[in-house]
Structures are given as structure tokens and as C-alpha cells.
Design a protein around this ligand. Structure first.
Ligand code: PGA
Length: 289
């Protein structure tokens, strides 16, 4: 479990560093326990079902009772069934990279929540930056996806984050705030138990540029303060916020040592079993946060 003491200073720093507009910084002395959660986002990889099965098996083999986090693999639709079988009873979860908002019907190429549930998946991503930028998904589309997942009892990792231009303009705080507010519109405090946030600076995704851990921590604290405004301190203290963007075995320990970083969403390194195995078995204690 990750024990977190909230610091007024950290939140105040995050607000001034990332937001030209005013946030109401939250302070709390409460301790909360959040089980870390590390997920692999395979995107449109690997190339064949056999490779997906081999990767799933290797990763499941590296997951043990001493692994300090929950682990999930987000796989392409044609491999979901086989990946669920590959991880077996290891405890590793398998999820879909998105699910369409309609239940069934004439929506060529789309995949519904009931379809992914029927092959044993109880998690899905929503709002990944590649869906936003390459496939034109709007905040409203993403909000519908989130609500549809939650209303069907499927857990949701909601991805948010700023582009490089927004980062350079100092808009990290406002962008994350807007995305959280628009993408979670209508989600109840109770449903937030099934939501994980992934903060993924777009400029760090697939580029090898990891956001420095201290900067990521500031953004996570800001997001948590926004969640506190939306849902109250108790919900905000329990929602897990992952960092995503070029996470590697070399960077994971320092990231995970930060109090508001509760996991990672890992793309490229989740396709290499050895790397992802090291990432899920991170060694937070080795780092002085
Ligand atoms: P990356 O991808 O680890 O390859 O940067 C992360 C993501 O897109 O979720």
C-alpha cells in the first residue's frame, strides 16, 4: 500500500507552477492507502496472436505475491480472449484499449462493452491521446465512453494530459483540469471507485522524454486537488493517478517514490517482457523521494 501524507507546500507549489488560473489548493493531513496500479498499453502491437500470448505469459510469470502493485494489460481486440487465457489465474488483469458507447447494432468495426466483458475483460482505457489526436475523439465522446463503461461495471483508466505546445505555454494545470471536468461529467462519487486517472503528457508518449518525477508529482497533486473540488477529499484521497509517458525500468523507481504517483501506464516498455517485469516489480524504497 502507498501511504500518503498530503503537504500544503507541495500543493501550493503545484498550483503556482502549473496554473495561470487560480485553483483552490487543498491541504489535508489525512493518510490514505492506495494500492499502486501499473498497466501496459500494447496499442496496435504485437503483430500476431502467438506473440501476444507469449508476452502475456511472460509478464504473468513475473507477477507474484511480492509484486507491489495491481497489473493490467490493455491488448488489441483480436488478442483479448487469448491474452486472458495466457495470464490465466496469475492475477494480472486484461482490458480493452477502448469500448464504443453503443450496446450493439450497425456500427461497423466498433466493439461494445458487452463484447469485451464476454471475453473476461473488466477494464478499458478511455481518452488516450492517440484516440484524441489521431482519431478525433472529443472530450464529449470520451465522457460518453467513460459513463458507458462505468454504467456497465467496467473499470476505466481515463487518460489526460497536455501537448508540448500547451506545456510550453504553462497550461498543464488548466488542460488537466478541463479534461478531468469534461471527461468525468456525470460520474458519481461512488463510480469513482472504478476510475483510475492516467496523467500522460503527450510530449512524453513514445518519445523517450520522461517528465521529471518532481514535475509529474506536482501535476498529480494538482489533479488530486481538482478531484477534491469535484468529489470531496475522501474520494480524491482514494483515486489512483498513474503517470504515463516513456516509463522505463530506469525511471519507474523514482516516479513511484512520489506520494501522488500511484502507478504507471506503460506503452513501449510493456512490449518487452523483461522491461515490463522490472517496472511492475519497482523498488520505491531504493529512492529518496
Ligand atoms: P510510452 O506510451 O510508454 O511508449 O510512452 C505510454 C502510453 O501511450 O500510454
Amino acid at each position: 500500500m502507498k501511504f500518503v501524507a498530503f503537504s500544503a507546500l507541495a500543493l501550493a507549489t503545484s498550483v503556482s507552477a502549473f496554473s495561470p488560473t487560480a485553483f483552490a489548493p487543498r491541504t489535508s493531513t489525512s493518510l490514505s492507502a492506495r494500492k499502486p496500479f501499473i498497466a501496459g498499453n500494447w496499442k496496435m502491437n504485437p503483430g500476431t496472436k502467438d506473440e501476444a500470448v507469449a508476452l502475456g505469459k511472460e509478464i504473468a510469470g513475473a507477477f507474484s505475491s511480492s509484486t507491489p502493485c495491481e497489473v493490467a494489460l490493455f491488448a488489441p481486440y483480436p488478442f483479448l480472449d487469448a491474452t486472458v487465457d495466457a495470464v490465466g489465474s496469475s492475477g494480472v488483469k486484461v482490458g480493452a484499449e477502448m469500448a464504443f458507447t453503443e450496446g450493439k447494432g450497425a456500427y461497423t468495426a466498433e466493439v461494445s462493452v458487452s463484447m469485451i466483458k464476454s471475453v473476461g475483460c473488466n477494464w478499458a482505457l478511455a481518452g488516450h491521446s492517440e484516440r484524441r489526436t489521431l482519431f478525433g475523439e472529443s472530450d464529449e465522446d470520451i465522457n460518453k465512453q467513460v459513463l458507458n463503461l462505468l454504467n456497465n461495471d467496467v473499470g476505466c483508466i481515463l487518460c489526460i494530459g497536455e501537448t508540448q505546445a500547451e506545456y510550453e505555454q504553462g497550461l498543464v494545470g488548466p488542460i488537466c483540469t478541463t479534461q478531468l471536468k469534461k471527461n468525468l461529467l456525470g460520474v458519481t462519487p461512488e463510480q469513482m471507485a472504478n476510475v483510475v486517472i492516467a496523467y500522460e503528457p503527450v510530449w512524453a508518449i513514445g518519445t523517450g522524454l520522461t517528465c521529471p518525477a518532481s514535475e509529474a508529482q506536482d501535476v498529480h497533486a494538482t489533479c488530486r486537488s481538482v478531484l477534491a473540488d469535484m468529489y470531496g477529499q475522501t474520494v480524491s484521497d482514494t483515486v489512483r493517478i498513474q503517470y504515463g509517458g516513456s516509463v522505463t525500468p530506469e525511471t519507474v523507481d523514482e516516479l513511484m517514490a512520489k506520494p501522488d504517483i500511484d502507478g504507471a501506464l506503460v506503452g513501449g516498455a510493456s512490449l518487452v517482457a523483461e522491461k515490463f517485469s522490472r517496472i511492475i516489480n519497482f523498488e520505491e524504497a531504493k529512492v529518496s523521494a
